[in-house]
Design a protein around this ligand. Structure first.
Ligand code: KG4
Ligand code: ZN
Length: 337
């Protein structure tokens, strides 16, 4: 079964054709990152406008590279939540038009489910249940993936998402957007022990985390140094920050896995590209004999192939939508459309 998938929840216009949820036939990603970089972050109005300009060509290319037309695929899957509402609406409306014209099932997909499903595209042996750590620009969740379309969130950030914390810390340091990438580039030259950054305490749930205190600590260090006319060693600060974030995420995920008896951990989302986090997760999972699945860098960030992978399993369960499908800026991962 070949599914055409469309993703436009943030600043990437993407389309892909995926076979049986596991094999990428084509994957096209048009990124707007350079344009948003000028403003230091994603400008929602610009994102929507660029999606409108790009979407037809991106979908056309994905179909063509897969040797398909919209009439020969079996279904159209689309990211319908969560994300920037104007950006999501472009993809949803385009997908609705295609599904209606070609008389194909329309499959709405939750963006974070898609991030997890990116792993199905490169690890044929990976099947639920497993414990997922989703770390993106807007979300940080520890999730039990009970089945392909069944989830239970057990931990989440109380404030900033991991990617957001990277982006804000980088911005304070004067590094270009996206900040996570800039910090990651600097870390190999830095000493992760140079700065002792706080590990914020969260009361109530040992699975929840908080990153805003950590981000504020970096902002304060930068401001204090600036006031004194001093220059901070950027690589040391970047390495210390990445080390602390990786430490918090790995500690929480491992503790949850041990308590709930999961022997498989799967990483997902843009921040799973972070080299410090990947290394730390490999170390701690290795020590505990837990199998760790890390998506290849090409599938960590936003793409449509992951939406096609998850769309396949949504369709298997009969989760299709009608022409009244709407996009939602916010939606929990354990809810259906
Ligand atoms: O999953 P994603 O592409 O988009 C959302 O769904 O939000 O995640 C984007 C986030 C950004 O905050 C970006 O700075 C972060 O992922 N990111 C990284 C790295 N690459 C992307 N953070 C740390 N290290 C990286 N190598
Ligand atoms: Zn994403």
């Amino acid at each position: 079964m070949d599914i055409l998938a469309i993703e436009s929840s943030c600043d990437e216009t993407a389309a892909a054709v995926v076979r049986d949820g596991r094999r990428i036939l084509s994957s096209v990603v048009h990124t707007q990152v350079e344009e948003h970089g000028r403003y230091g972050g994603v400008v929602p109005e610009i994102a929507s406008r660029r999606h409108i300009e790009q979407i037809a060509a991106v979908v056309e290319r994905a179909l063509c590279e897969a040797g398909h037309t919209v009439y020969s695929v079996d279904a159209v899957a689309v990211t319908a939540a969560p994300g920037l509402i104007g950006a999501l609406l472009v993809g949803v409306n385009f997908a609705k038009g295609l599904a209606l014209a070609a008389k194909k099932p329309l499959v709405p997909v939750h963006h974070l489910r898609g991030h997890l499903a990116a792993n199905y595209l490169c690890f044929p042996e990976l099947v639920p249940p497993f414990l997922g750590l989703i770390v993106s620009g807007g979300h940080s969740h520890i999730v039990e993936v009970l089945d392909y379309t069944e989830y239970r969130v057990i931990g989440r950030t109380r404030d900033d998402a991991a990617g957001e914390a990277f982006d804000k810390a980088a911005r304070a340091m004067g590094l270009p957007y996206p900040g996570g990438v800039s910090i990651d580039r600097l870390t190999p030259e830095g000493n992760p022990q140079a700065f002792s950054l706080p590990a914020p305490h969260v009361s109530g749930s040992e699975d929840d985390f908080s990153f805003s205190g950590l981000k504020t600590a970096v902002v304060n260090l930068v401001h204090n140094a600036r006031q004194k006319g001093e220059k901070l060693p950027a690589a040391d600060l970047a390495a210390s920050f990445a080390f602390r974030v990786a430490d918090i995420l790995s500690e929480h995920t491992l503790r949850a896995a041990k308590r709930l008896n999961y022997r498989t951990i799967v990483l997902a989302g843009g921040v799973s590209a972070n080299s410090t986090l990947r290394r730390r997760m490999q170390e701690v999972c290795g020590e505990e004999g837990i199998s760790l699945f890390l998506p290849p860098l090409s599938l960590c960030g936003d793409n449509a192939a992951m939406i096609g992978a998850q769309g396949y399993y949504q369709l298997q369960k009969g989760y299709t939508a009608d022409m009244d499908l709407n996009a939602s800026a916010c939606m929990e991962i354990d809810r259906e459309f």
